[in-house]
Design a protein around this ligand. Structure first.
Ligand code: KG4
Length: 336
């Protein structure tokens, strides 16, 4: 079954063709990151307009790369939540029109379910159940993936997402947007333990997380240094910051896997590209005897292939949408 998959929830327009959920026939991405870098973050209105400009041509390119005609498409899958509402709406409307015109089913896909499904593409042997740590620019979730379409949230951030925290911390350190990758590179030159940064604990919850205090601590350190004329050791701050994020994520993921009785841990989302967090997860999983799956960097960020992968399993579970499908800025992954 060949699915045309559409993703437009943030600042990447992406269209892919995926066969039977696991085989990527084409995967086209038009990133707007350079445009938003001018403003230090994503400007929602610009994101929507840029999606409109490129989405149709990108779909044609995806078909061409897959060596397919429009009539070869069996279904259209699309991210319908969560994301920047204007941006998601562009993909949803394009997908609705494409499915209607081609007379094929339309499959709504939860964006974070898609991030997790990126692992089905990278690892053909991977099957639920497993524990997923989904860490992206807009979401930070610990999820028990009981089956392809049966997911339960075990823990979530109460405020900022991990990626958002990376981007804001990077901005005050003078790094370009998106700041995760430059922070990762900078941290390699740092000395651990130079700055004492907070690790939040959410009262009454072992698995929920909070990143806003950490973000504020970095902002305050940078402002104080600027005001007092003291030199900031940016590389060490990047390293201590990353270690603090990792300390909030990794032990919780391990404890959640134990509580859910899972021995496989799967990582997903743009922050999964972080070399320090990857190494910490590898070490922790080895210690606990868990099998760890981390997608290749190319599948960590937003892409259309992951939506095609999850779309296939949603289709098999009977999921369909009609032309009244709406987009949503937020949506529980369990309801997705
Ligand atoms: O998954 P993604 O492309 O978009 C969302 O669905 O939100 O994730 C983007 C996020 C950004 O916040 C970016 O700074 C972060 O992933 N990121 C990283 C790294 N590479 C990308 N964060 C930490 N370390 C990295 N190496």
């Amino acid at each position: 079954m060949k699915i045309l998959a559409v993703e437009s929830s943030c600042d990447e327009t992406a269209v892919a063709v995926v066969e039977d959920g696991r085989r990527v026939l084409s995967d086209k991405i038009a990133s707007q990151a350079d445009m938003h870098a001018l403003y230090g973050g994503v400007v929602p209105e610009i994101a929507s307009r840029k999606h409109v400009e490129v989405i149709a041509a990108l779909a044609d390119e995806a078909l061409k790369e897959a060596d397919m005609a429009r009539g070869d498409i069996d279904a259209v899958a699309v991210t319908y939540a969560p994301g920047l509402i204007g941006a998601v709406l562009v993909g949803v409307n394009f997908a609705k029109a494409a499915a209607y015109a081609l007379g094929v089913p339309l499959i709504p896909v939860h964006h974070v379910r898609g991030h997790i499904a990126a692992n089905y593409i990278a690892f053909p042997e991977l099957e639920p159940p497993f524990l997923a740590l989904a860490i992206s620019g807009g979401n930070t979730l610990i999820v028990d993936v009981k089956d392809y379409t049966d997911l339960e949230v075990i823990g979530a951030t109460r405020d900022d997402a991990a990626g958002e925290c990376f981007d804001k911390a990077a901005r005050v350190l003078g790094l370009p947007y998106p700041g995760g990758a430059p922070m990762d590179a900078l941290a390699q030159q740092g000395t651990a333990g130079t700055y004492d940064l907070p690790r939040a604990h959410v009262n009454g919850s072992d698995f929920d997380m909070s990143f806003s205090g950490l973000k504020t601590a970095v902002v305050n350190l940078a402002h104080n240094a600027a005001q007092t004329g003291r030199e900031l050791d940016k590389a060490s701050l990047a390293l201590d910051f990353t270690n603090a994020v990792s300390d909030m994520l990794v032990p919780r993921a391990m404890a959640a896997a134990q509580q859910c009785g899972r021995t496989t841990v799967v990582v997903a989302g743009g922050v999964a590209a972080n070399s320090i967090i990857r190494a910490d997860l590898q070490r922790a999983c080895r210690e606990h005897g868990y099998r760890l799956y981390v997608p290749p960097l190319s599948l960590c960020g937003d892409n259309g292939a992951m939506i095609g992968a999850q779309g296939y399993y949603e289709f098999r579970a009977g999921r369909r949408a009609e032309t009244d499908l709406n987009a949503f800025a937020t949506l529980d992954i369990a309801a997705g």
